[in-house]
Ligand binder design. Sequence first.
Ligand SMILES: Cc1ncc(COP(=O)(O)O)c(C=O)c1O
Length: 437
Amino acid sequence: MRRRALLARDSAAFLHQSVSTPCLSAIRKAEGLFIEDVAGRRYMDFHGNNVHHVGYAHPHVVGAIKAQLDALSFAPRRFASERAVELAEALAAQFRRLTGAPGRVLFTTGGTDAVEVAIKLARAATGRFKTLSFWDSFHGAGLGASSVGGEALFRSGRIGPLLPGSEHVAPFGCYRCAYGHPVDAHGEPDLERCRLACAAMVRYVLEREGDVAAVIAEPARAVPYVPPPGYWRAVREACSAHGTLLVFDEIPTGLGKTGRFFAAEHDGAAPDIVVLGKALGGGILPIAACIARDELNVAGDYAFGHYTHEKNPVTAAAALATLEVIEREGLVENAARVGAHALGRLHELKRRHALVGDVRGRGLLLGLELVSDRAAKRPAGDAAERVLYRALSRGLSFKTTMGNVLTLTPPLIVTREQMDAALDILDACLAEETTAA
Ligand SMILES: Cc1ncc(COP(=O)(O)O)c(C=O)c1O
């Protein structure tokens, strides 16, 4: 009753928009791996919008925020704030580890704004305005971010023309290769045959256009799809050859999700700009960052990332505490370890359930693609929806992407036992779906 009343008030109070309002349920508690709805039902949160890397309400992050509120709660413009400087230095150090190059940082309140900063910086640094990004990608809801994004939901004709020069290309995604190349029985691409047609197309477009400011993409796609070996090295070379900057949007994948601090570390390609967000605020406060090579510090006479909370000491303290937890608790290593175990078990589910057409992922970014016919790869969207609701009724929450991909993105604190419990639920739900069919 309380739940229904709250949902009705929510629906009356907020502007309605797709996949957001109206809501499905109402929450009263979030702690560690778990969320609890207003009826007291607990769920393992294997979605968490990718903000809950350190678990919800981690005591170290909560403590750091409380202490910072007492010490200094805001930094007005043009006043340096020690916490913000410390955070910028810590992220620049990570950027240097990734790229070998010194970096500089700008903070924003949300991921979409950090993407806008990256686009503006790439334009200012190159004197060009075009971008190249992936169809089916999401980079945020701002006008610039929607322009580089490739999902129809965010590019509706109702919002009018998007940014000119926002070019798109079909992304990597071997199971459903846009260039028609098949995968082998293990879901692996035959690189000798396909010769990385997806990367070759990026090079082709950069060459034809000749004046693209930046390639903007997630190094590992949220669907989830990991890049075929050599993809990002080939794209990096193409970018360098054509004076185009490479921008990695690591908003969901950064800070250890894939078993490395940056997802890009798996692929041996150094970006010029990296964007982080989501989990950076410890799953509590909103903060995102655009980190760029020092030599891109070329727009000092122009206010291209002028955000009110740019140097907020409280959000910075939350982020610093988050980085400390990730380091102290060995969460990147845990993501790699538990993720590898989970991937093995998911492959085993594929062997037993004909409904599973493909298994993929890296670290704790994992997916099972459901199909009603393995040979034809016919998407089983209805089955995916039923499996999702069955799992929810057994205490496991996750989301589907592209309609038929069960996407599992638990926090980095998840233990092997919790992962096994979640996969047992999934196993049972898949079995029920097969029996019911
Ligand atoms: C890849 C990617 N980029 C950007 C964003 C936008 O971040 P925010 O919602 O904080 O604006 C998201 C959010 O889901 C994302 O997944």
